[in-house]
Design a protein around this ligand. Structure first.
Ligand code: FES
Length: 163
């Protein structure tokens, strides 16, 4: 659980030491009542909702790929690609009106809520996004979404213990 610090009227949550996060590269943490994933990748820190907007997959172990100059995490569950900086989902497709063109990348828009990361004197802080509109990953931060994730995890555990 992150600790809360108030600074300059901005609510920042301490999420770890810079050197520890650089070493770990990934960390799941609960901030307020939100489950987040903190990522260190190529000199930058990122924070986003921990569960993929599509069907709640954990992004913790997703590979990171560069697509159209954007660093994207690839959800291990169904391989959706989500940009680390904006939470935008990218997909590759052919133009149905011109099949002679090779497939290219398109955007589904912002689907995963991302949060602001600040580094202060070797400490990492997260400020939760306050964008008021609904972003699809918000669902897995609601009671219903968390309940659904819990059920899915219980089913997975039952399947594993039966095999
Ligand atoms: S749950 Fe992430 S791609 Fe489906």
């Amino acid at each position: 659980m992150a600790t809360e610090k108030m600074e300059e009227s901005v609510k920042r949550f301490f999420v770890g030491k810079e050197k520890d996060l650089i070493q770990a590269k990934r960390k799941n943490i609960t901030v307020g009542d939100r489950d987040l994933l903190i990522i260190y990748h190529q000199g930058m820190f990122y924070a986003m909702d921990q569960h993929c907007y599509h069907a709640g997959g954990s992004l913790l172990n997703g590979d990171i790929e560069e697509i159209n100059s954007k660093h994207c995490i690839v959800c291990p569950k169904h391989k959706y690609k989500i940009s680390l900086a904006q939470g935008e989902c990218l997909y590759k497709a052919s133009n149905p009106k011109d099949k002679t063109q090779p497939p290219r990348w398109y955007s589904k828009g912002i689907k995963q809520r991302v949060h602001n990361v600040t580094v202060l004197d070797g400490d990492i802080f997260v400020t939760l996004s306050e964008i008021p509109k609904w972003i699809e990953s918000d669902y897995y931060q609601t009671e219903n979404g968390k309940e659904e994730l819990k059920k899915a995890q219980n089913e997975e555990t039952a399947t594993e213990s039966n095999s």
